[in-house]
Design a protein around this ligand. Structure first.
Ligand SMILES: NC(=O)C1=CN([C@@H]2O[C@H](COP(=O)(O)OP(=O)(O)OC[C@H]3O[C@@H](n4cnc5c(N)ncnc54)[C@H](OP(=O)(O)O)[C@@H]3O)[C@@H](O)[C@H]2O)C=CC1
Ligand SMILES: CC(=O)N[C@@H](CCC(=O)OP(=O)(O)O)C(=O)O
Length: 350
């Protein structure tokens, strides 16, 4: 009998679901046994994603048709807002299944903050209370013991890995953080949208949701936990013409006599034993090409010419450490597997 964990993927015809398939198909301890889709239900994965021609995968079906009782874990790559009721139903069918949610539905701890930013009351409040925030490097023990893990958004993962150790060490003024972020267009999903058409995204850099993006409260929640006080950040996302990758440039004010070298030392200390977070040496500036296709995050610190300020740059692949990769890292913890299992790919450069 196979000792591999039986895995289902909700939303396998989408980008995060497909990257979960790509990585799990070669994971030594995983076996993909169910794949779901909505408009693509009834098709084979090879029809929807021809690059999977070498894999023997289950057919895409509607989520209601899956027998959830036979599965050990489910990855969820559904649009936010649709996830909460579907996950509630899956957990009713199999209360022991481990859930790795890549959507935003369970990330915010406060129900009023959720309702304010997502425009409706949460429809699975008990599960919202139960969910563990899946930023692996900071919630390892809770994730290992959890049933439902709310994997962070791609922008929050990039921003928080750069800023949380600095806020914890009180090296930066948490009331003066400006995060300028850029994302490749896969961040917007595979569905047809006017702003991600090649003719509209291919030759320009576009800010969007300025001052209103729903990842701001998620970033604030976690920097608030690190700093021990409520914070408000300035977060501005941009759509940049590349398929994958994300880069956050965070402008920070230094506390007391802290120097940019102190920031670098704090990051190096925080991530000394982390398999996937790399603090770049002074002469190296993080760039998306250094992590593309991999579960790695690269962080760099640069002194600002303005007194008492520094610039912290962080980069990741939105479909790997920004979603499917981090979800697999968390699954590994939940099953007591080596945390890096299935995730040691090196960046696809250039
Ligand atoms: N893309 C990214 O970089 C990141 C995305 N996320 C989050 O992960 C989730 C998935 O994102 P992404 O993969 O990009 O999205 P896509 O739009 O590429 O895929 C969405 C998937 O959900 C399915 N689906 C859509 N509506 C329903 C529904 N009502 N019931 C059941 N299935 C449905 C789609 O099926 P079909 O194709 O058959 O219609 C498709 O499989 C989102 O919540 C997103 O915000 C998180 C981090 C990064
Ligand atoms: C480029 C682009 O459009 N990116 C998406 C972020 C994707 C993501 O992480 O969204 P969730 O919080 O739902 O997981 C956006 O800005 O909405």
């Amino acid at each position: 009998m196979s000792s591999k964990k039986k895995i289902g993927i909700l939303g396998a015809s989408g980008y995060t679901g497909a990257d979960a398939v790509r990585l799990l198909a070669r994971h030594p301890n995983a076996e993909i046994t169910a794949l779901t889709a909505n408009t693509h239900a009834g098709k084979s994965m090879g029809d929807v994603f021809p690059h999977f021609f070498m894999l023997d995968l289950p057919k895409l079906v509607e989520w209601e048709k899956v027998d959830w009782t036979g599965l050990d874990a489910v990855f969820c790559g559904l649009p936010h807002g649709t996830t909460q009721e579907i996950i509630a139903a899956v957990l009713r069918a199999n209360p022991n299944i481990k859930v790795l949610d890549m959507s935003a539905d369970f990330r915010l701890r406060n129900k009023d903050t959720y309702a304010q930013w997502y425009g409706h009351e949460h429809r699975a409040l008990e599960l919202q209370g139960e969910a563990v925030y899946g930023l692996t490097e900071f919630y390892r023990e809770k994730i290992a013991a959890a049933r439902l893990v709310a994997c962070p958004g791609c922008y929050p993962t990039a921003a928080l890995l750069a800023l949380v150790p600095l806020a914890k060490a009180k090296l930066i003024d948490v009331d003066d953080i400006v995060i300028d972020a850029k994302s490749g267009v896969t961040g917007a999903g595979r569905g047809l949208k006017q702003n991600t058409l090649f003719s509209e995204a291919g030759e320009g850099l576009s800010p969007y949701s300025v001052g209103t993006h729903r990842h701001a409260p998620e970033i604030e929640q976690e920097i608030g936990v690190a700093a021990g006080t409520a914070v408000t950040v300035n977060f501005t996302p941009h759509l940049i013409p590349m398929a994958r990758g994300e880069l956050c440039t965070s402008y920070v004010r230094l506390n007391g006599g802290a120097t940019p070298d102190d920031l670098r030392a704090a990051l190096e200390k925080a991530y000394a034993n982390e398999p996937f977070v790399h603090v770049a040496k002074k002469s190296v500036l993080p760039q998306t090409q250094n992590v593309r296709g991999s579960n790695y995050v690269q962080i760099g610190v640069v002194a600002d010419r303005i007194k008492n300020r520094a610039i912290v740059i962080s980069t990741l692949d939105n479909l790997v450490k920004g979603s499917a990769g981090q979800a697999i890292q968390n699954m590994n913890l939940m099953f007591g597997l080596p945390e890096t299992a299935g995730l040691q790919q090196i960046a696809l450069f250039p």
